[in-house]
Design a protein around this ligand. Structure first.
Ligand code: ATP
Length: 704
């Protein structure tokens, strides 16, 4: 048992599964409703000082070593009352259930109204050094007005600098970032058949893109700062870092909870002073599908599902904190306890998903006889590095199996995202421990911030593209983004191959406008969502408006093996598909002029179809095309299902006597077979597109 923890259960066996608080927490719950008077500040005077006050004087009640504290009997009484079985279902620390009885909406309205003068004062011009405070207040004010309009998912990309190893290997920085337009370009070096070198540009647009010069403070203000005030308003928010091993996830995530706690405590002690808000911290990891408490000597934890399918973690230690230094110490302690290992890319690689949670609770009465209730929660998740199977071949079995487990949970995360994307009723949260924990990050009043970390080096190009495509996929979920779910935002791959084409004819801004006009929302020219290439069936009402963008995009998306990209499996198919994208791209480029020049509207098409004697031919051609695409898609779906199944087997194969190599071999055979049939279909499709092309050339004059 570590110095900080004391399990209430020890004094009362009947309660041994109840929520465990640290002594620190119990000490602080000493009947004080308000914070000590020496910390009182009125809103106006605080704001007029530009919120310069240091945090070090905000709280004084923390202690990380409970043994050094003594408790009065009244305090004990209060604390013990908090654990009455009648208050909680036995045995469970419920992250989202029994203590999530949230404050009534009216209370929050009232709080927000009370803050009105504070907002007014805070809208003073920014001073140097006070920017962060003002940002927080601004976001508070803005959130008050537009809580419902804030995008649920924000995707930020951070590029790290080249490290020594990469520089020694003379690897180049292949990422350029344009912060103004939030765009990022990957310059991928490729070779033609005659071995001539060329650069393929892949351009992406996200909510924010941060280059290697950006400080951790800036990362915070771009990612989490704006959601901190929301957690006082019943929101559950999650910030997670994603990226290949060694890309900077831990480096990025580590400072964020600290900064967020500073802001939370600032709000607790000033904006919400005397209102009974409290901050609690817990820190645990998911390693090999199991949960461990990082603040309680890696004690094994169990996840259970409550009556209302709410997730509960048995035995998780939670600390009440009111001083930022305490949180810092807790984070350092938890981080030191975390499982790390060595991968090819990172000597100290995180082999687990680490989850640090900041819970804002509120006492329900001033006498503190009842436990505080959860108001909102902010979770920080440092995901284990994503890596391809190929990266782990040099490693031992343990590392390989860790990799498989990590990939499994990242895959499950993707599955949930995909289901949400489709507005499916059933979200497969149970796919992994990670997604079970993340469950409430995606439903209800939640906010999610994903920070994709990327390495700039040419040697990591493939990984970087995988990470960016994953991020792109997540981005497309944003409800706040729904009006922008055109290819520009939701499927940045479009810009990957079109940028140079478009910029040669029209200015970028204008061309993007054009694209919005021509292409309805997120449909490609076959009428189904670009994000759902493997799901559902194409709607009958197929949109076939010719558009420069539409022509360029289809094959890229159709064959984009996002599943494989994300999990890194399997190399063979990946290469094969990649080459077919390139084939398709050649086809696409050939098509562009015809479509761009025609610029038909839907009306034109309609007239054309009814007037032209070739309308039947066109219908037949399009039908044929549609069938081909559907067949192709089915192949891809089947492949993915098979790979997924095999992956699960692979993960479960970590048993004595299991033949891992056999599984991998089997997997490769299946993939080669599937890849061949996909390739055949794509060849057919390419031939068909050629025919369609010829047809377009033939009919073009008659439509003028
Ligand atoms: N933005 C950055 N600026 C400077 N150094 C960085 C940056 N990002 C990462 N690094 C350095 O790169 C190395 C790897 O970073 P880090 O451990 O955060 O990677 P990771 O993505 O968490 O890896 P893993 O998934 O294997 O745990 C560390 O030495 C870290 O200090």
């Amino acid at each position: 048992m570590n110095a900080a923890g004391r399990q209430v259960s020890k004094s009362n066996p009947a309660l041994h599964h109840q929520r465990q608080y640290s002594d620190d927490a119990i000490n602080v719950l000493s009947g004080r409703w308000a914070h000590p008077s020496n910390h009182s500040h009125d809103f106006g005077s605080r704001a007029s000082r530009g919120m310069q006050r240091s945090f070090n004087d905000l709280g004084s009640a923390d202690a990380l070593t409970p043994q050094s504290r003594t408790r009065s009997s009244s305090m004990r009484k209060n604390a013990d009352e908090m654990f009455l079985p009648s208050h909680y279902s036995p045995g469970l620390l419920d992250l989202h259930a029994f203590d999530t009885e949230l404050l009534p909406e009216t209370t929050h309205r009232k709080i927000l109204d009370e803050l009105e003068p504070f907002f007014a004062a805070s809208m003073l011009p920014n001073k140097p050094g006070g920017a962060s405070d003002n940002n927080l207040l601004k976001s508070f004010s803005v959130d008050k007005e537009r809580t419902n309009n804030v995008a649920k998912i924000k995707v930020v990309v951070r590029k790290r600098p080249l490290n020594k190893k990469e520089m020694t290997k003379k690897e180049e920085d292949i990422i350029t970032i344009e912060r103004m337009s939030n765009s990022l370009t990957v310059h991928e070096k490729k070779y033609k058949v005659d071995l001539a070198e060329y650069i393929e540009k892949h351009e992406f647009v996200f909510d924010a893109v941060l280059n290697e010069g950006v400080s951790n403070d800036e990362v915070y203000s771009e990612s989490v700062e704006h959601i901190v005030p929301l957690i006082f308003n019943r929101t559950k928010a999650t910030c997670f870092a994603y990226g290949q091993t060694g890309s900077g996830k831990t480096y990025t995530m580590q400072p964020l909870p600290l900064k967020a706690s500073e802001d939370i405590l600032r709000l607790v002690h000033h904006v919400y002073r005397n209102q009974g808000f409290q901050l609690f911290v817990s820190f645990f990891e998911i390693y090999g599908g199991k949960l461990y408490d990082l603040l309680n000597e890696r004690k094994k934890l169990f996840m259970r599902e409550g009556g209302k399918q709410q997730v509960c973690i048995v035995g998780l230690q939670e600390y009440r904190v009111s001083h930022v230094d305490t949180i810092k110490e807790l984070i350092e302690r938890g981080t030191a306890t975390r499982s790390t290992g060595t991968t090819g890319a990172n000597e100290e690689s995180s082999r687990s998903h680490a989850i640090l949670q900041l819970c804002v609770k509120r006492l329900v009465d001033s006498s503190e006889t009842k436990p505080a209730r959860l108001v909102g929660k902010l979770s920080f998740i440092d995901l284990a590095g994503s890596e391809r199977g190929a990266d782990t071949t040099d490693n031992d079995k343990q590392t390989r199996m860790e990799g498989a487990e990590i990939n499994k949970s990242l895959l499950a995360l993707k599955e949930c995202i995909r289901a949400l994307d489709n507005d499916q009723g059933h979200i497969p949260f149970r796919g992994s421990k990670l997604t079970e924990v993340l469950r409430d990050s995606f439903v209800g009043d939640s906010r999610t911030v994903m920070i994709s970390c990327i390495s700039p080096s040419s040697g990591s190009c493939e990984h970087t593209l995988n990470t960016l495509r994953y991020a792109d996929r997540v981005k497309s979920l944003s409800k706040g983004n729904s009006t922008r779910r055109d290819p520009l935002y939701s499927t940045s791959n479009l810009r990957e191959s079109t940028a140079s084409l478009l910029s040669s004819s029209v200015p970028m801004e204008q061309s993007l406008e054009d694209n919005r006009t021509y292409l309805p929302n997120d449909k490609n020219r076959f009428g189904w969502s670009m994000q759902n290439v493997r799901e559902g069936t194409p709607p009958l009402n197929v949109e076939r408006i010719p558009s420069n963008r539409a022509v360029i995009t289809l094959p890229h998306h159709k064959s984009q093996p996002s599943f494989q990209d994300d999990i890194g499996y399997p190399e063979q198919q990946y290469e094969l598909e990649k080459s077919s994208w390139m084939n398709n791209k050649i086809t696409e480029t050939r098509q562009v002029p015809g479509f761009v020049n025609q610029k038909k509207t839907r009306r034109d098409i309609h007239d054309f179809e009814t007037d032209s004697p070739s309308a039947d031919d066109l219908d037949a051609l399009l039908k044929e095309e549609e069938n081909l695409v559907t067949a192709h898609r089915r192949q891809v779906e089947q492949t993915i299902d098979i790979v997924r199944e095999e992956m699960n087997l692979l993960v479960e194969a970590d048993q004595p006597g299991s033949h891992l190599d056999d599984y991998i071999l089997k997997l490769n055979v299946i993939l080669s077979q599937k890849a061949t049939s996909i390739f055949q279909l794509q060849t057919q499709l390419a031939q068909f597109q050629k025919r369609l092309d010829e047809y377009n050339v033939l009919v073009a004059p008659s439509s003028n």
